[in-house]
Ligand binder design. Structure first.
Ligand code: URA
Length: 249
């Protein structure tokens, strides 16, 4: 059975997408700034169908509409940026275009990376998708490039793979995680849950210290090489599908 196509009032849709207040949208329609399929929309109460191709057909001052609600973006988080809405310093939300910051439902980060961790982080306004990615039930693997203060002992991979490691202050043991050693003090660590400071605390539990941390993969989705720190990219349905695909070895 096909899903019924949703419709929305133009002024509400655009106001929720950050284009201004509903009054602003009414003024924009009166000024002839909004067109659908090449025709000016003069009534802000017009209902539009939320078809996937709406952004290419609904133009605001000649520019295509922003992505409809249900958007997912990937961000290359730089070091020193905080995944929080309210804190001193640069926030991940400061990397978004102004209009995207004003959206309702708002874009939220899918989990968090520490201020001193760089790499791939996703943002979405789709609460169901967000929960699906972070829920340990779906086991979406997250891979980190880890640099350590002290040389690896060689026993870490087996300890992490066995699962059951108990982090300081926690009561639930960790799920198994995979360590791939790439150098004396460097490794990839893939985890399947997202506990607070998890990777740093896993190495701390074994008497080592993480000096640099970068996430380069979620599921089978890798941080694109061309996506520079501080940049973001809209995700396609194929990118989203990769989150739930098994990464190639
Ligand atoms: N584990 C950490 O310790 N920090 C992160 O930012 C992500 C995973």
């Amino acid at each position: 059975m096909s899903r019924p196509v949703q419709t929305a009032r133009l002024d509400r849709l655009l106001a929720n997408m950050g284009y201004g207040s509903r009054r602003d949208i009414a003024l924009m329609t009166k000024a002839g700034w909004i067109s659908l399929d090449g025709e000016a929309v003069r009534d802000e109460a017009t209902r539009v169908r939320l078809d996937a191709d709406l952004p290419s057909r609904l133009l605001i001052r000649g520019k295509r509409l922003d992505p409809l609600p249900g958007m997912v973006i990937m961000v290359h988080k730089p070091l020193g940026v905080t995944c929080s809405r309210k804190e001193a310093g640069t926030l991940i939300y400061d990397l978004l275009p102004d209009r995207w910051r004003a959206r309702d439902p708002a874009l939220s980060t899918v989990g968090r990376l520490d201020k001193e961790t760089s790499g791939l982080i996703l943002m979405t306004d789709d609460g169901d998708l967000l929960h699906k990615i972070i829920s340990p039930k779906h086991h979406v693997p997250k891979r980190y490039v880890v640099t350590l203060d002290r040389p690896l002992k060689g026993t870490e991979a087996a300890i992490f793979a066995a699962g059951g490691l108990m982090l300081d202050g926690e009561t639930k043991p960790l799920l198994p995680a995979e360590l791939e050693i790439t150098g004396e003090r460097t490794a990839y660590l893939t985890v399947h849950e997202g506990r607070y400071h998890q990777v740093r605390r896993m190495f701390a539990a074994l008497g080592n210290h993480v000096t640099a941390l970068h996430r380069d993969q979620i599921g089978a989705l890798s941080l694109p090489e061309g996506l520079m720190a501080g940049s973001l990219r809209l995700m396609t349905a194929a990118d989203v599908a990769k989150l739930f695909a098994v990464p190639a070895k």
